[in-house]
Structure formats: C-alpha cells, structure tokens
Design a binder for this molecule. Sequence first.
Ligand code: ADP
Ligand code: MG
Length: 222
Amino acid sequence: MITLTDIHKSYKTGASQLHVLKGINLTIAKGEMVAVMGSSGSGKSTLLNIIGLLDSYDAGRYQFNGKLLKNMNETRAARFRNHNIGFVFQSFHLIPFKTALENVALPLYYRNVNRKKRHQIALDFLGKFGIADWANHLPAELSGGQKQRTAIARAMIANPSILLADEPTGALDSRTSQDVMEVFKQVNAQGTTIVVITHEKDIAAMTHRIVHIKDGTMDNVV
Ligand code: ADP
Ligand code: MG
C-alpha cells in the first residue's frame, strides 16, 4: 500500500541544515499494523507527516497504491488526505468548544453531509468506540482515554484506508494506553492499515511489526 524508497528530508535551521531522514526504505502492506520506534528527535514525526502528506520530502520516492506522490500542492494534498488518511495525535487535537459528537461529525461537514445525517453517523461512530454516552460533553469533560476514542472516531468517520497515529498513548496512563491500543486493533481488524509511533515497548508489541529509526535510516529488514 505504501512504498517509501530512499526518502531524504532536511530542515533548514538558520544557516545550517539538519539532515533528519537519510534514505528511509519502508514498505507497508494493506491491512498491516506497524509500530515505528526511535529515540526522541530521530525523525519519527517527520516520517509520519511525510506519509500523511503534512510535510514534503526532498528526495526519494513515495508511492501510495502504486501512485507516486510528489510535489502535490496543498489543495491536492488536502483532498488526498480527506479521502485516504486519518490522523490521531498524542494531544488529541479536539476542538475545545465543540462536543464529542460535533468533533466526530466535523469531517462529514467538509463532505457536505447535512447536519441531521452527520450527527446520526457521528453518534453511531461514538457508539462503535464505546463513548455514545459522552456525545454531548465537551473535550474538557472527558478522560484522556475518552478523548482519544473521540479522536479515533473522528479519524475513522471519513473511512480512511490508513490511520496514522503519532504517540497516541503518550499522554495516557498504562491501563488506558492498553485500552486505546485495543481500539486500534479493532479498527485494524476491520481492514484499516495502521502506523503508530510509540516509544513504549509494550505498546509496540501490540502491533504486527516494529520498525526502528536510527541515525536517519530504518532497520526494517524482513
Ligand atoms: P521525533 O518525532 O522522532 O521526536 P521529529 O521528526 O519531530 O522527531 O524531529 C526530528 C528532528 O527534526 C528534531 O531534531 C527536530 O528538532 C527537527 N525538526 C522537526 N520539525 C522541524 C521543523 N519544522 N523545522 C526545523 N527542525 C525540525
Ligand atoms: Mg515526534
């Protein structure tokens, strides 16, 4: 589904350049659940942002279902994301003044689904992720686990083929982290490919495959 070939990425910081990704090779098959590990600053988020078209790469090839993704303008990248890619972040990224239901329904607004219909579908998704009772609560009234379930429901309502999660359990206690990982496994069992960044071994162990970024390259020899 995803093939990265010799991907390079540098950031300019003033006069100097920081070469973060130095030739990443990674293939992710449809239906896989892959954990990306690596020390802080090793380029995990950079890599995930490139896969999610939130950031560009300098050299190499990124193929998504055989299609080369390169030099997309922001409009095309946004459209591609909306139809193919879901995101989940450590800090949830929920809109604070909208209820759980409204947060989950938001992607459907951008697809011109009418209000009644999108709220029906959003309630259904909240139910799937075990938080229907919290539909009318604001994010501040939810526990960390409930917030992350809301964020996962919001990502999944757009029916993405791949879900990208950047340290989704980084702000959760270990018990809640396990629960949230069970939610990801449930999503994966329904056919969605998942890439999850984590620095916790027991979280990574709940996936099919672990790859490590070190010194800008990847050790995913399989
Ligand atoms: P990780 O997620 O593994 O902790 P990141 O991918 O966030 O690492 O960052 C890798 C390196 O690139 C870090 O040294 C970070 O400071 C740097 N970096 C990340 N984003 C930017 C940016 N937009 N501009 C400049 N440097 C950046
Ligand atoms: Mg990061």
